[in-house]
Design a protein around this ligand. Sequence first.
Ligand code: HEM
Length: 126
Amino acid sequence: TPEKTVYEMIGGGDAIRKLVDAFYKRVGEHPDLKPIFPDDLGPVADRQYLFLTQFFGGPTLYSNQYGHPMLRARHMPFEITPTRAHAWLACMSEALDELGLQGQLREFVYDRLTQTAYHMVNTQDS
Ligand code: HEM
C-alpha cells in the first residue's frame, strides 16, 4: 500500500480548515501583518485552504482553480520583510499548537512552512 501523505497524517481537509481558521484569526490581530492584509480575511483563508491542501500532498485544489501557485511572484505586490516572515511563522506556530500537532509530524510541517516563508521575503526591514 502507498505511504500516507502528510495531508492524510495531519487529518485531511477538516484539519487544514481548522489550521487555516486558527492562523488567520491571529494574522488579523497581529500588528505586523494586519496592515498588509484585506479587512475581510475570508477569501484569503479560502485560497490558503486550497493551497495548503495541495502543499501537503492532498488533492491539487489550488492549481485546479488558479494554475501554478508561483507563490513568490504572487507576494511581490506586498512588502514581505524578515519581521513579517517571523510574524507569519509565529501565528502559524500557535495555529499548529491549537490544532494539536505534535512531535515529528509537527516539526516536518513547520519546517516546510518556515522554508517557504523565508523564500517569500522580498524587502529588507527599514
Ligand atoms: C496571499 C502575506 C507567507 C501562502 C498573501 C497575501 C498577503 C500575504 C498580504 C495577499 C492577500 C490578498 O489577497 O490581499 C504573507 C506574508 C508572509 C506570507 C507577510 C510571510 C512570509 C506565505 C507562505 C505561504 C503563503 C509561507 C504558503 C505556505 C499564500 C497564499 C496566498 C497568499 C496561497 C493566496 C495567493 C493567491 O491566490 O492570491 N500572503 N504571506 N504565504 N499567501 Fe502569503
